[in-house]
Design a protein around this ligand. Structure first.
Ligand SMILES: Cc1cc2nc3c(=O)[nH]c(=O)nc-3n(C[C@H](O)[C@H](O)[C@H](O)COP(=O)(O)OP(=O)(O)OC[C@H]3O[C@@H](n4cnc5c(N)ncnc54)[C@H](O)[C@@H]3O)c2cc1C
Length: 460
């Protein structure tokens, strides 16, 4: 590959080709996780599918490591690669809502807030995550769980169709009727199978929800966690509560008296008539000790989705570990509280996200995503703005995880893994679906061009 080939490549793109000598290179290579500092050779900021096809051909023909970037939110920074080509979709942001069919066509550079904004006008939403700056592409391709998942399933359960540029640069549409095996793989198998350029999703009614955070002092955490463990199985599916062990942020709108206090928080969303939501949350309030802060109330769904964006701006240091969790015995709760009390920074947290309701109504082999016998997806995230704290964040997350892992299932949500987990962990995560995924990887990407991801190697 010489300068002439790179110049020709750049001239054939409608979007920008950004190399190391360009003024915007450092800005363009930045990822959400400030702990990751990758220096790609080239960043192809694709404007359309034609640019993606050209980029895949260029990366493959020049034997470059290829990374695919959607929202750039991935923990280990798998949306970028050292000394390789980044196929950056972040400017492909088209969204089209079909209110009659309740479907939404989404280009692959959208973040979840882009879609919430577009669908809210029609009283609709797609189940994505709980922060509005996360990329739709990476979130969806590995599953995607959030406030609407008990009611409507994972993001992948609502993925109807995807346009994909494969490793040989051919363009295909994957749906239930065309390339159905590829759609199956995209429903959880991550970025292993090609570059998705657009998604077609099923949307659902969601407008004003009754939701927000309710904070309890850490001394009440064991009682709240035991209640939470028993409550969820019988809760209506409109009511989604994820539980966090973390710290009251030192800033507005939190009452100054509580800044920096370690707490147990319930993050609530009731998607249904607001009066029903208020009654359901009042029953929760009545069952639990008096909270120190209670911000739950009627809120537009996109506002709930964006409620924590300000607390987690781009560029913080992140190190996280996850697990799927089936049960929460008292001994596990004790281990959680012991380690949460040693939290190394105000932004660090442990969250338990419900995996039940509509998610359990699909069989494990219906989609590549197969941890449907879990009850929660857990993440332990060491987070801070100071790069000097990175070793302490990692140590805390690893020690905490080691203490609770014996109570958990073998696999974890791939979107809550760093890149140091190993193939055995991925096999534990995909279980009986792993062999089929490896066979489909061999069919669609036999040379493993797309390997900057939680990689599934092509079957031998
Ligand atoms: C603050 C925060 C909150 C989060 N909350 C949630 C949550 O509530 N629920 C949840 O499910 N997850 C959540 N996540 C995890 C999130 O889903 C992952 O970080 C995800 O990888 C982000 O996707 P992205 O497109 O932004 O990532 P990127 O870094 O751009 O990409 C990640 C990987 O996805 C693949 N990929 C991206 N785009 C494409 C494409 N177009 N075609 C093929 N492959 C592609 C590639 O393999 C790439 O390496 C959260 C993450 C953060 C940082």
């Amino acid at each position: 590959m010489n300068d002439e080939a790179i110049t020709k490549f750049g001239q054939s793109l409608r979007g920008a080709l950004i190399g190391r000598s360009q003024a915007d290179y450092d800005e363009a290579r930045k990822l959400y996780n400030g702990m990751i500092d990758k220096r790609p050779l080239l960043i192809a900021r694709c404007a359309d599918v034609a640019d993606v096809i050209t980029s895949v051909n260029f990366g493959r023909d020049n034997k470059l490591p290829v990374a695919i970037r959607g929202g750039g939110h991935n923990g280990p920074g798998l949306g970028s690669v050292d000394d390789g080509l980044v196929i950056d979709l972040s400017t492909m942001k088209g969204v089209r809502v079909d209110p009659a069919k309740r479907t939404v066509r989404v280009e692959a550079g959208c973040v979840t807030g882009d879609i919430d904004h577009a669908t809210h006008a029609f009283g609709l939403a797609i189940p994505f995550g709980v922060v509005s700056t996360t990329g739709v592409a990476g979130l969806t391709l590995s599953g995607g769980h959030g406030y609407l998942s008990r009611q409507y399933g994972l993001a992948v359960d609502n993925l109807l169709e995807a346009d994909v540029v494969l490793a040989d640069a051919s363009f295909v549409t994957a749906s239930e009727t065309a390339n159905a095996d590829l759609l199956w793989a995209l429903r959880g198998g991550g970025g292993n199978f090609g570059v998705v350029t657009s998604f077609l999703f099923q949307a659902h009614p969601a407008s004003i929800v009754y939701g927000g955070p309710i904070f309890f002092e850490l001394k009440n955490a064991a009682e709240v966690m035991r209640w939470y463990r028993d409550f969820q199985a019988n809760a209506p599916e409109e009511l989604y509560i994820f539980l966090g062990l973390q710290t009251v942020p030192s800033g507005d709108p939190f009452p100054r008296d509580h800044w920096g206090k370690k707490i147990c928080v319930l993050l609530i969303s009731y998607n249904g008539p607001v009066g029903d939501g208020e009654r359901a949350v009042n029953a929760v309030r009545a069952a639990l000790p008096k909270p120190i802060i209670d911000f739950a109330g009627p809120v537009p769904y996109p506002a709930l989705q964006g409620m924590f964006d300000g607390l987690y701006p781009k560029g913080l240091q992140w190190y996280w570990k996850g697990d799927f969790v089936k049960t929460l015995p008292d001994a596990a709760i004790d281990a959680h509280i012991e380690h949460a009390a040693k939290v190394p920074s105000e932004a660090s947290c442990m969250h338990l996200y419900p995996i039940d309701g509509a998610v359990h109504r699909k069989a494990n082999d219906e989609t590549a995503w197969n941890c449907r016998d879990a009850t929660w997806s857990m993440v332990i995230a060491g987070v801070d703005s100071d790069p000097g704290k990175a070793p302490a964040l990692k140590k805390w997350a690893k020690d905490y995880w080691a203490a609770v892992h014996p109570f958990d299932l073998g696999g974890a949500y791939p979107n809550f893994m760093m890149d140091d987990e190993g193939e055995a962990r991925l096999k534990a995560t995909f279980g009986d679906n792993y062999l089929r995924l490896a066979a489909l990887k061999k069919k669609y990407d036999p040379a493993n061009l797309f390997r900057v991801n939680q990689n599934i190697r092509p079957a031998a």
